[in-house]
Design a protein around this ligand. Structure first.
Ligand SMILES: [Zn+2]
Length: 168
């Protein structure tokens, strides 16, 4: 890695700046700890991290932090619209707030972001008009049928029947 700041770093800094404004506006304390947690969350959010993954990442820099502090901060970030969450195979995964669909592979447990803005905007608009509902998160379960190294991580056992998910 070079010394140049990546787009991701700039994006994280912009989000942190917005967070400071929003915390103040809502009367929350802007502490160094809160911002440090948010920074780590924002840095990892595209990977759809689980709570344990976030806990691990935060503890690498702040070893003595309690899980409840991290959890409360995640709740607050979600409430304020900076992150979203959804469940995959019974586990909460945190996600970026920007409009996208999550393609979850039932065979490998990988999550890939679909960012076809026009298609998704149409879908969101359609649901709003037809059902009066505001879309929060879009999750599509699919059989990817391949073992490529797309974004995400292997999780499900190989050859596991997806129908079992409902009973486990
Ligand atoms: Zn996503």
């Amino acid at each position: 890695m070079g010394v140049q700041r990546s787009g991701i770093e700039r994006d994280v800094e912009e989000r942190l700046a917005k967070l400071v404004v929003e915390l103040k506006r809502r009367g929350y304390r802007v502490t160094a700890q809160r911002l440090a947690i948010a920074k780590i969350v924002f840095e990892n959010i595209k990977n759809h991290p689980s709570f344990m993954e976030i806990l691990e990442a935060v503890r690498q820099r702040m070893p003595s932090i309690s899980p409840s502090t991290i959890y409360n901060n995640l709740q607050l970030l979600e409430q304020m619209g900076f992150i979203k969450s959804f469940d995959v195979a019974g586990e909460t995964r945190y996600d970026d707030y920007q409009l996208h669909a999550n393609l979850v592979c039932l065979d490998e447990g990988k999550i890939v972001d679909l960012v076809d803005t026009e298609l998704l905007s149409n879908l969101v608009e359609h649901i709003a008009k037809k059902h009066g509902a505001r879309v929060y998160e879009i999750v599509i379960y699919a059989h990817c049928g391949r073992g490529s190294d797309v974004q995400g991580r292997p999780e499900a056992e190989e050859g596991r029947n997806p129908a079992e998910r409902t009973t486990s």
